[in-house]
Design a protein around this ligand. Structure first.
Ligand code: BG6
Length: 477
């Protein structure tokens, strides 16, 4: 369904994220007819260049980072014809008047800040004081949204001094992933799972976001963040919230986000004894984390696993184990819900508890698998084995359009004015309020990250975290 005609200003338009994700995503939505000829994308950044050079830069970015089998020159030419460019100084006067001239009445106005968070306040203030942003304009900001609670509060203040909360779209691209939304459909559009979705029936939940890549090229940023700030406080937290939240009364942005905030507020503080931190070491020809971070003594974690308790009626007694790391065996993101063993085993000599796991896969092979226990087919008596009820979206939806990339969906939601898949200010602050005390003890050398090998499943302590509870991680890949 086409969206309303818009003027989208992309600050940081020549930056890495814009080239890799935002511009190719816009191209694909354009290709699918989602925005009309009168819509405009205006690149804005410090670099002095004319509109044609910007169009060339965008065409190159689409060729390099777009979906290879869908990119073609004809569509690229049509797409870049809708682009314009303004060289602008976020902190000074240059470019603002010209940007103002590009804005047309009766269009949805969206300002996408793909820039360092230290510029959010300056840009938001300029947009307002020049009148370029109006009362129904939208402002979109990228992560990292703060480094801790105080900096997140300062960013919120700077944005709210100029825009209403209903105009602010804080991106967490995990919320735009197909399976993440399917998790909500699975839970709230089926009556099968919800009666079982509590600590009486669920033993524990494992949330894994494993990556095979390292931090090459991003060492400097990453070393100031680590896995906790880069992944857990935002992406894994969002997955935890959607898994644990109560059914909202309706599917509206605030009803959904109210329920997510309640989950974060119910999280118990996490002790260091419930955390395993790791750092990948050098192997074969690949450098170590410290080589990439550029600090031979770095104590930043490239892996973290932790046991989290949601202290409320539904989840008391059901731990959530979270883990994420770089340079692991494979790129796998999943939520695995382990149901409790049947209360009584009538199949003597055979273990019925091999199945009973619901796996929601975010990537690769997005889909949902229910591992069940069945009779081993054939003679040999009543022996049990595991069988999977598998729904890989790519197979079952073969005829349909390919699933949208997270950014495609999220940018179109901005134009539509739908905030459901964006983080609200109080949500981000609650997540930092939970994360800050955890991080604060890590200067202590006793909590230094443990080295781990590339291509494995993280440090030994991560395995122990579950072993001591009589549980095991699912294998990565
Ligand atoms: C980003 C992190 O937010 O998410 C990266 O900064 C990480 O470190 C990336 O690699 C993972 O996203 P995806 O979509 O590839 O799982």
């Amino acid at each position: 369904i086409p969206v309303q005609s818009f003027d989208l200003v992309l600050f940081g338009a020549t930056g890495d994220l814009a080239r890799r994700k935002i511009l190719p995503s816009l191209f694909h939505r354009f290709q699918l007819g989602q925005f009309c000829d009168s819509s405009r994308i205006i690149g804005a950044s410090r670099s002095e260049m004319d509109a044609d050079s910007f169009r060339e830069l965008v065409a190159d970015a689409v060729r390099e980072f777009g979906q290879k089998d869908e990119v073609n020159d004809k569509d690229i030419t049509a797409f870049v014809a809708q682009l314009d460019y303004v060289a602008i100084d976020a902190k000074g006067d240059q470019g603002w008047e010209e940007l103002g001239k590009h804005m047309r009445p009766d269009k949805v106005r969206a300002f996408y800040l793909s820039v360092a968070p230290s510029l959010f306040g300056d840009i938001a203030t300029r947009l307002r004081s020049t009148g370029i942003a109006t009362d129904d304009s939208r402002i979109v900001v990228e992560k990292p949204f703060g480094h801790d609670l105080a900096s997140a509060q300062a960013l919120n203040q700077a944005l709210r001094a100029n825009f209403e909360e209903s105009q602010i779209y804080r991106i967490d691209h995990y919320l735009g992933k197909e399976t993440v939304q399917n998790l909500m459909a699975l839970r709230f559009a089926n009556s099968l799972f919800e009666p079982l979705w509590n600590s009486s029936h669920i033993d524990h939940v494992q949330i894994t976001v494993a990556e095979s890549i390292g931090v090459e090229g991003r060492g400097e940023y990453y070393d100031r963040s680590g896995a906790m700030r880069d992944m857990v406080q935002n992406h894994l937290m969002q997955l935890l919230c959607l898994t644990a939240m109560e059914p909202p009364g309706k599917f509206t942005p605030d009803a959904v986000r109210n329920e997510k905030v309640k989950v974060i507020e119910a999280l118990e503080p996490v002790e260091n004894s419930d955390i395993a931190r790791g750092q990948y070491r050098a192997q074969n020809n690949t450098g170590s984390y410290r080589d990439h971070a550029g600090d031979p003594n770095s104590q930043t974690e490239s892996f973290i696993a932790m046991k989290v308790q949601v202290a409320n009626w539904r989840w008391a007694g059901t731990p959530f184990y979270l883990r994420t790391g770089k340079r692991l065996r494979e790129r796998v993101s999943e939520i695995a819900v382990f149901f409790r063993d049947p209360p009584h085993n009538i199949f003597q000599g055979s273990d019925p508890a091999k199945g009973n796991v619901l796996v929601i896969r975010l990537q690769p092979d997005e889909g949902i698998t229910l591992h069940t226990t069945i009779k081993d087919p054939g003679p040999g008596g009543m022996r049990l084995t595991e069988a999977a009820l598998d729904m890989t979206f790519a197979d079952s939806l073969a005829e349909a359009e390919r699933p949208q990339d997270a950014y495609e969906r999220l940018i179109m939601d901005v134009i539509r004015g739908n905030q459901t898949l964006f983080m609200r200010g109080d949500e981000v602050e609650a997540a930092w309020a939970w994360a800050d005390p955890i991080i604060s003890g890590w200067d202590d050398p006793r909590h230094a990250p443990q080295p781990y090998d590339t291509g494995g499943s993280g440090p030994e302590d991560s395995l122990l975290l579950l072993h001591r509870d009589g549980r095991r991680w699912r294998r990565i890949g």
